[in-house]
Design a protein around this ligand. Structure first.
Ligand SMILES: [Zn+2]
Length: 383
């Protein structure tokens, strides 16, 4: 499934429910007319509002062989507790119902690996506390529900590989993600999340991370520890810059559109005029005027020795306390451009007209200066 999601982040603009329909389609091909076929029981799309599971259990030929129970697209408000009789269920599909509650008996389905609960009315009190006993659970889809918190039970299920929580109302992520070190796909698009905790960096199996459509301004530096990450979706947020460490990631896909990456950031860039001391020191360094302990007080020698080279490769100047911050778009593995900070000796020293990048809303990559940065520049940014 990871490969199916990799190429599709753009398709979810405005629709943050990650869609598991491609699963259903695949299975329906084998089972379009019959209710029970091999190990699958298909009661989807039937307007069912109440379900007599005991009846069902007695009418099915081999109830203990049922591994796939499809109840999606009905009108269920809850799941009968007798569901526990189907102990062999591996996949339980309950998306597109009106569920407000799950019974604690669901946690007795000890073989359950895939649980689809997309587009229901589940809130922070709907999952039973026993839910964390589902120690085989690998995939959970809770997209399109009414969650205001990341369900705390999920932090106790270390078998999880895919978590879909798109289109809820989650505002805060607790710093507890270190237990979820098998998760490959974490989908959190379309919430109101304002923070990404450091522990996300412990999710070492993560391949796809979708944080689009939230209220994020920054990412923790620990994001650079995610060395398997291939797809990072950050569009429709409040990012004004990214941590330089992000360039270490081996990403195949990064979406940044609809962030105030440049506009707001440039507005905040103020340049403090250098002091006369700094101007004199800059001149001494630029013209290589000799100095030593004998000609200058030791404190001034120390000051002069602390000069930092301007990062414009065409400028031979230095700066001390006064520098000009600038946004530089860095060519990232030839695939896309990242906005990173650079420090220059003065506002007049911009090497490329990066300030002409006025619209961060645009997807037109043609606007982005294509000039590659020098190795020196790259090294400093990464250091
Ligand atoms: Zn300069």
């Amino acid at each position: 499934m990871a490969s199916a999601t990799l190429s599709t982040s753009d398709d979810y603009d405005g629709d943050y429910d990650f869609d598991d329909d491609f699963n259903e389609d695949e299975e329906n091909l084998n089972d379009s007319s019959q209710t029970t076929f091999n190990d699958t029981m298909d009661y989807s799309h039937r307007n069912i509002s109440t379900l007599d599971v005991n009846d069902l259990f007695n009418s099915v030929k081999n109830p203990n062989r049922i591994t796939n129970f499809q109840l999606n697209s009905n009108m269920l408000l809850t799941v009968p507790s007798q569901i526990e009789h189907f102990r062999s269920i591996i996949t339980l599909e309950l998306s597109n119902n009106q569920l407000i509650q799950l019974p604690s008996e669901i946690s007795l389905l000890e073989n359950l690996k895939n649980l689809y609960l997309k587009n229901n009315a589940l809130d922070d009190f709907s999952l039973p506390k026993e839910f964390e006993q589902l120690k085989q659970l690998e995939v959970i889809n809770l997209g399109g529900n009414r969650l205001k918190q990341f369900p705390y039970q999920l932090f106790q299920i270390s078998s999880l590989k895919e978590i879909y929580l798109g289109s809820n109302q989650i505002t805060f992520l607790p710093d507890l993600f270190q237990t979820l070190n098998k998760v490959e796909i974490l989908y959190l698009g379309g919430n109101q999340i304002g923070n990404v905790p450091d522990s996300i960096g412990f999710m070492r199996s993560l391949v796809v991370l979708n944080l689009s459509g939230n209220r994020l301004r920054t990412l923790p530096r620990s994001i650079s520890y995610l060395n398997r990450l291939k797809s990072l979706s950050l569009h429709n947020n409040q990012f004004s810059a990214l941590p330089p460490d992000i360039i270490r990631l081996d990403l195949q896909e990064l979406s940044l559109r609809n962030n105030p990456l440049v506009v707001r950031f440039v507005r905040d860039l103020t340049y403090a005029v250098p002091t006369l001391k700094e101007l004199a020191a800059r001149t001494i360094k630029l013209h290589r005027v000799p100095y030593n302990d004998g000609t200058l007080p030791r404190s001034l020698v120390g000051y002069l020795n602390a000069a930092k080279s301007c990062l414009n490769p065409k400028c031979k100047g230095v700066y001390f306390e006064s520098y000009h911050k600038n946004i530089k778009f860095v060519d990232f593995c030839g695939k896309f451009y990242l906005p990173l900070l650079q420090f220059l000796c003065s506002p007049a020293c911009t090497s490329t007209p990066t300030f002409e990048m006025t619209s961060s809303d645009s997807d037109d990559t043609e606007e982005i200066p294509t000039k590659d940065m020098t190795n020196k520049f790259k090294k400093v940014l990464l250091g």
